[in-house]
Design a protein around this ligand. Sequence first.
Ligand SMILES: Cc1ncc(COP(=O)(O)O)c(C=O)c1O
Length: 355
Amino acid sequence: MSKFWSDVVHQLTPYVPGEQPKLSNLVKLNTNENPYGPSPKVIEALKLEAADSLRLYPDPNSDKLKAAIAENFGLQMSQVFVGNGSDEVLAHVFQALLKHEKPLLFPDISYSFYPVYCGLYGIKYETIALDKQFKIDIHDYARPNGGIIFPNPNAPTGIPLALAEIEKLLRQNTHSVVVIDEAYVDFGTESAVKLINMYPNLLVTHTLSKARSLAGLRVGYALGNKDLIEALMRVKDSFNSYPIDRFAEAGAVAAMQDSDYFEQTCAKVIATRQALVNDLKTLNFDSMPSGANFIFTKHRTVDGSILAEKLREHNIIVRHFKKPSRVAPYLRITIGTDAQSIALIHALKLILNTH
Ligand SMILES: Cc1ncc(COP(=O)(O)O)c(C=O)c1O
């Protein structure tokens, strides 16, 4: 505690990201990265960018990237906002669109950064309990609110919410912004982007960190009505004029344009997920239905914290959340390569045999 700190800093409880270990021989299944590298076209674009032009600032509006994203979704550039990872985009969303008299609503089990942004920006919020099957029930959100946000598929459960439910929510909730955080949507969940032209209060956020294999480049974006985007631009231009550097823009444009590579890697991850869920079942694990590049799974008798600890001894890292208590028995396991799944199953068999 320093006497030099601003008042707000004393109150902050910062987000704790999953471990990024310095060891290289680990099977790293803890932060939902893609096991496959980015498209070779991204690498080419990055090499070309390593040039004298780096002495110049990048385009503050990232027009090339906005154009590539708009083209991908059949939207106007004025409906696209880009930022340094979807975490930064979300930070601006919280400040620009979700700070009101009435409380922001989000699920009790959800992306743990949401309450952190509320703390940073002084936003009132209420959490809404997931139902008994850990699902979002949109009827629970029919109450006074200054905004609604949740991931679809939800994190860390991975459970997708049907598009028809999201549309019902938008019909029931017309007076505040509904943000659907689609960080994991490309792994088998239906996107709400197609509703954007019908609902002026819908904002959808995406990231290039997962399905486009670019967690290291830090690019995310939001799609929505141009008035919502203008609010985000105002906050961004009051914060950092150049969130997307020259490498980030060049790499992200190439990634958005290589649909074939993107579809192939997503299909591989989905196939590996299905095989892993089946293999885990034979070891007495029950997994939640996943539309993401991770699964949330629990062993019938052995607790998640014990399994996470033992897996670490086998050089395999997965994510375990202690809170809330309803999720404590579970492990969140990122989908890796088939070889990584085999290593995981092998280690789990050894652990369960000796437990
Ligand atoms: C639900 C959800 N939203 C957003 C993000 C942020 O992703 P990034 O900042 O890498 O774009 C994550 C990262 O894990 C996430 O799980």
